[in-house]
Design a protein around this ligand. Structure first.
Ligand SMILES: Nc1ncnc2c1ncn2[C@@H]1O[C@H](COP(=O)(O)OP(=O)(O)OP(=O)(O)O)[C@@H](O)[C@H]1O
Length: 255
């Protein structure tokens, strides 16, 4: 389980996340909505452990361990992985090598994994060098497939992806989160659902990803404050019809 309690985060002298409480149970996927600049990426980067996001109060607990002060590599080892919105280009490091590093083992069937996300032609290119927006998203997915973490953080995985590849991205995310399964005679759908352990936190503006997986909960981050918790499709409808401020109004009214 991921448990965030009363988290406050400062970036470049400004408090960008205020009193965040969040709980993601094993098997759950949460969706994070919010206007530009509201702090969504900052929340994911803080969970991942980037030191420039300074935790000034509160704590982050992952699988029962307080990870608030733990470095990124240790969090990754514990099973946290992230698909970034704008990952850096690293000249001199081939995509194939990066994928092997993510897996932590040299015998990974990289070519087989790459075929699944239509990325075979990019393995010998330097990581992210000249990749288009959509290619970056598939590269990020490939790295996550290799790492196979228990908590997956996705920062706008569908943005910039063309219509042909959107189902590939959506279905790959569903597979990574163990959402996709065919009910068998031995196990019912409910039994399989209960066995799921992967946790997900996905930032989306468009909500396309909701067409490919069943998300358990949606939340709105507005001005650094988590301000609504509801069915993600209901939140998306509310935002498209009435705007983000309505989510804040709902929260204020219910408190
Ligand atoms: N390095 C930085 N120095 C100063 N301010 C920063 C820095 N990085 C981000 N910010 C600010 O922190 C705030 C939160 O940014 P963040 O990227 O978390 O927003 P977001 O909700 O993910 O936005 P978007 O939907 O546009 O991706 C913004 O006001 C942003 O300008």
């Amino acid at each position: 389980m991921l448990l965030i309690e009363d988290l406050q985060v400062e970036l470049a002298g400004n408090v960008i996340l205020k009193h965040i409480d969040l709980e993601i149970k094993p098997g759950e996927t949460h969706i994070l909505f919010g206007p530009n600049g509201s702090g969504k990426t900052s929340l994911l980067m803080t969970i991942m452990g980037y030191p420039q996001y300074k935790v000034i109060a509160g704590r982050i607990v992952f699988r029962g361990v307080d990870i608030t002060d733990k470095p990124i590599n240790e969090r990754a080892r514990m099973g946290i992985g992230m698909a970034y919105q704008r990952p850096p280009t690293i000249h001199g490091l081939k995509t194939r090598q990066m994928v092997q590093i993510c897996a932590g083992r040299p015998d990974l069937p990289v070519d087989e994994l790459a075929r699944k996300v239509n990325f075979s032609d990019f393995l010998e290119r330097d990581i992210n060098a000249g990749f288009s927006g959509g290619e970056i998203k598939r590269s990020e997915l490939l790295q996550l497939m290799a790492q196979n973490p228990d908590l997956l953080l996705f920062d706008e995985p569908e943005s910039g992806v063309d219509l042909e590849n959107i189902s590939l991205v959506g279905n790959t995310i569903a597979q990574l989160l163990e959402k996709e399964f065919v009910p068998s005679q031995e196990k019912t759908m409910l039994q399989k659902k209960r066995e799921r352990r992967k946790m997900g936190l996905i930032i989306t503006h468009t909500g396309y990803v909701l067409n490919y997986l069943n998300a358990d909960k949606g939340q709105v981050l507005y001005n650094g404050i988590l301000s609504c918790a509801d069915n993600p499709r209901d939140i998306l409808k509310c935002i498209s019809e009435l705007g983000y401020e309505e989510c804040v109004r709902c929260t204020l009214a219910s408190n």
